[in-house]
Design a protein around this ligand. Structure first.
Ligand code: IPD
Length: 264
C-alpha cells in the first residue's frame, strides 16, 4: 500500500475515535450544563481532550511526524510529514447542539503553510451526522466507500457556502463579498464548519465555497477532499492577514475568481 493510503487509513481511524469522543462529551455536556456559559467551558474542554487523543495516537503510530493543532500548538517534523488537526471544527454549532461539527485531520508534506504544503491524506468525520469523508493524494475522495465528485454544471445558479470570522470588524467586508457573489448564486449556505463546507463541495452538495481568514487546520483536510474530487482550490491574498479561500468545480471556481477580481 502507498504512503498516502496508509496515512489516510490512519487519519480515518483516529478521526472515528476522536469523533466518538466529541459526540459523547457533547451528550454528557448537555445533561451537565445548566447555562450556555457552562456549555462553552465544556466545549473548550472537549476541544482540548479530543486534540490530546489525536496527538497521543499520532505520536504512538508515527513518532517523527510534526503536529499543528488548533489547541495545543506545533511540534516540528523529522520525517517531512506534519499532521494538521482541528479537533472540533464548528465549535459554535457544537455548543448550540447543531449537528454540523466535525473532526478534521490532514497529513501534509513540506512547509507547514497553506498554499505551500502538499497535502497527502485527509479525514473529516461528522460524528453527529454519521459521515466520514476521506481522501489520499492521487486516490480520490470518498464518503463511506462511495467515490465523490464535485458538481460540474450549475444551470440554475450555484449553491454557495461561506463563513465569517468571529471578529465583528470584518463582517462588513465579508458581507460585501457575499453581495458580489450572489449574482451567480441560486442560494447561499453558512453552515458554521469550514471543513464540512469543503467536504460538501467535494460531494457536490455545495457547488462552491469561499471564506476569508481561515486557519490552516480549518482548511487542510477539506481542501484535499475538494481537489481529489476533481475540484479546484485557490488561496488568494496570501500576504494579507485574512487570505481568501475559494473552492469549487472548475466552472464555479473560475466564476468566483472573476467576481472577486472585480472586487479588488
Ligand atoms: C470555524 C468554523 C466556521 C468558520 C470560522 C472557523 P472553529 O472553526 O469553521 O465555519 O466560519 O472561520 O474559525 O472555530 O469552529 O474550529
Amino acid at each position: 500500500m502507498s504512503l498516502e493510503l496508509d496515512l489516510r487509513d490512519l487519519a480515518a481511524d483516529i478521526a472515528r475515535e476522536a469523533g466518538e469522543l466529541a459526540r459523547r462529551r457533547r451528550q454528557e455536556g448537555v445533561s451537565l450544563a445548566a447555562t450556555k456559559t457552562t456549555l462553552s467551558d465544556i466545549v473548550t474542554e472537549a476541544d482540548r481532550e479530543v486534540e490530546e487523543l489525536i496527538r497521543t495516537r499520532l505520536r504512538a503510530e508515527r513518532p517523527g511526524d510534526g503536529f499543528l493543532g488548533e489547541e495545543s500548538g506545533a511540534a516540528s517534523s523529522e520525517t517531512g510529514i506534519t499532521w494538521v488537526v482541528d479537533p472540533i471544527d464548528g465549535t459554535v454549532n457544537y455548543a448550540y447542539g447543531i449537528p454540523l461539527y466535525n473532526v478534521s485531520i490532514a497529513a501534509v508534506r513540506g512547509v507547514v503553510e497553506p498554499g505551500s504544503w502538499e497535502a497527502l491524506a485527509a479525514a473529516v468525520v461528522a460524528p453527529a451526522l454519521g459521515e466520514l469523508f476521506t481522501a489520499a493524494r492521487g486516490e480520490g475522495s470518498w464518503l463511506d466507500g462511495v467515490r465523490l465528485a464535485v458538481s460540474t454544471e450549475v444551470p440554475a445558479g450555484a449553491l454557495l457556502g461561506t463563513g465569517f470570522g468571529y471578529d465583528p470588524e470584518t463582517h462588513d467586508g465579508d458581507l460585501l463579498t457575499v453581495r458580489r457573489v450572489m449574482t451567480m448564486a441560486r442560494d447561499l449556505r453558512r453552515m458554521g464548519a469550514a471543513a464540512l463546507d469543503l467536504a460538501y463541495v467535494a460531494a457536490g452538495r455545495l457547488d462552491g465555497y469561499l471564506e476569508r481568514g481561515l486557519k490552516p487546520w480549518d482548511m487542510a483536510a477539506g481542501a484535499l477532499l475538494v481537489e481529489e474530487a476533481g475540484g479546484r482550490v485557490s488561496l488568494l491574498d496570501v500576504e494579507s492577514p485574512r487570505p481568501m479561500l475559494v473552492a469549487g468545480g472548475t466552472l464555479v471556481h473560475g466564476r468566483l475568481l472573476n467576481l472577486l477580481a472585480e472586487e479588488s
